[in-house]
Design a protein around this ligand. Structure first.
Ligand code: ATP
Ligand code: MG
Length: 197
């Protein structure tokens, strides 16, 4: 499961857990992006912070792992490179790429998307506020994408960052350890002009 994880939240964790159960996956590998090319327009927190928050959030689950492949590769992160690296490390594995509906909708704009579907089965998790367009889905290779209906959690990292910035709590939206990590490192600190509560 690729993501910026800035910060990781319970929407990510529920999607990962549902995909693990539905496909009886041996492990779910969370892969924090290096520099996400789709997010070039905004500041993304340093990779090491996003990596550590992902470790904290997943540490208790024996089937959850975190990979550094994307943060250790130079340049912008492309999912094709992520899949190639993960496949090289696990030559016998059947790979599933877990993604949310919004990211799935963008997939045809991704680099080398034909090869993407050869490397992995795609799991498109439903996400509140993001419809999976039938016409778009019919453009995707048959049998390589499964839509997975997950319990709706209308949580986004953007909303979490905005809440921290404006002094609102993020307890129960993100794991407790992530709340504490964000506070300790003063991530998403209030920008000038906004007075925290
Ligand atoms: P941002 O608001 O910064 O874009 P985000 O909440 O969308 O953050 P990402 O790190 O961009 O989180 O998402 C990683 C993956 O998790 C994407 O495939 C995204 O679609 C999926 N995802 C994120 N939040 C949810 C959610 N609440 N339910 C289902 N899938 C989600
Ligand atoms: Mg997103």
């Amino acid at each position: 499961m690729g993501g910026t994880f800035d910060p990781i939240h319970h929407g990510h964790l529920v999607a990962a857990s549902e995909a693990q159960a539905r496909f009886a996956l041996d492990e779910v590998v969370f892969v924090p992006t290096g520099r996400p090319w789709q997010k070039a327009h905004r500041e993304v927190s340093p990779a090491e912070h996003r990596y550590l928050m992902t470790v904290i959030a997943t540490a208790a689950n024996p089937r959850f792992e975190v990979s550094r492949v994307d943060i250790e590769r130079d340049g912008p992160t492309y999912t094709i490179d992520t899949l190639r690296d993960i496949a090289a490390q696990r030559p016998d594995a059947d790979l599933f790429f877990i993604t949310g509906a919004d990211a799935m909708a963008q997939i045809l704009t991704w680099r080398d998307h034909d090869e993407l579907f050869e490397l992995a089965q795609f799991v498109a998790c439903t996400r509140p506020g993001h419809e999976l367009d039938e016409a778009m889905m019919s453009d995707l290779p048959q049998g390589r994408v499964t839509i997975l209906e997950i319990p709706a959690l209308a949580i986004s990292s953007t909303a979490c960052r905005d809440r921290v910035r404006s002094g609102q709590p993020v307890w129960y939206l993100v794991p407790d350890g992530v709340v504490q990590y964000v506070a300790k490192h003063e991530l998403y600190a209030p920008t000038e002009g906004i007075v925290p509560a």
